[in-house]
Design a protein. Structure first.
Length: 152
């Protein structure tokens, strides 16, 4: 069985007890629901905000659990944190990145120095991500640079 870890990205570099406003990752829940319909895919959501996980906690978790796929959302305010996470994963896995900010920052994401395939999703991911994972995607990437693919 293949493993897909969806990450609600951290908003602080370090673990914190900060009492920030919390909004559950509804979009990741939609993606998880569609992924779970694929045979032989185990899906887990890691909520860095709720669980107060640091950037290094997430990198360690991914390297230790070795998922086949990793998806993470990004916001303009945590761009550098998410970039650091994706660039510092030491295992081989297909990475997905999405969120509302992607449509305005995907050109910058294409410049990241990643070791793995990186699928940059502009718009809703619950339909295209399962198609890519199941290797049943008829849509061609809108743009490609090295091992980075942009889908809209």
């Amino acid at each position: 069985m293949k493993k897909f870890v969806l990450i609600n990205s951290p908003i602080f570099w370090d673990a914190t007890n900060e009492k920030e406003q919390y909004l559950s990752p509804l979009g990741l829940g939609y993606i998880a629901t569609y992924l779970e319909k694929i045979n032989d895919i185990d899906v887990e959501i890691v909520d860095c905000v709720k669980e107060r996980k640091s950037v290094s906690d997430i990198i360690s978790y991914i390297n230790r659990t070795k998922p086949d796929f990793m998806g993470i959302n990004i916001f303009t305010q945590n761009f550098d944190m998410v970039k650091y996470i994706v660039e510092n994963i030491n295992i081989e896995c297909n990475c997905f990145i999405g969120g509302q900010a992607v449509k305005s920052i995907y050109q910058e994401i294409l410049k990241w120095k990643v070791k793995n395939k990186l699928y940059i999703i502009i718009g809703e991911g619950e339909f295209i991500i399962p198609q890519i994972v199941s290797e049943n995607c008829s849509q061609e990437p809108e743009e490609q640079m090295d091992s980075k693919y942009v889908y809209r």
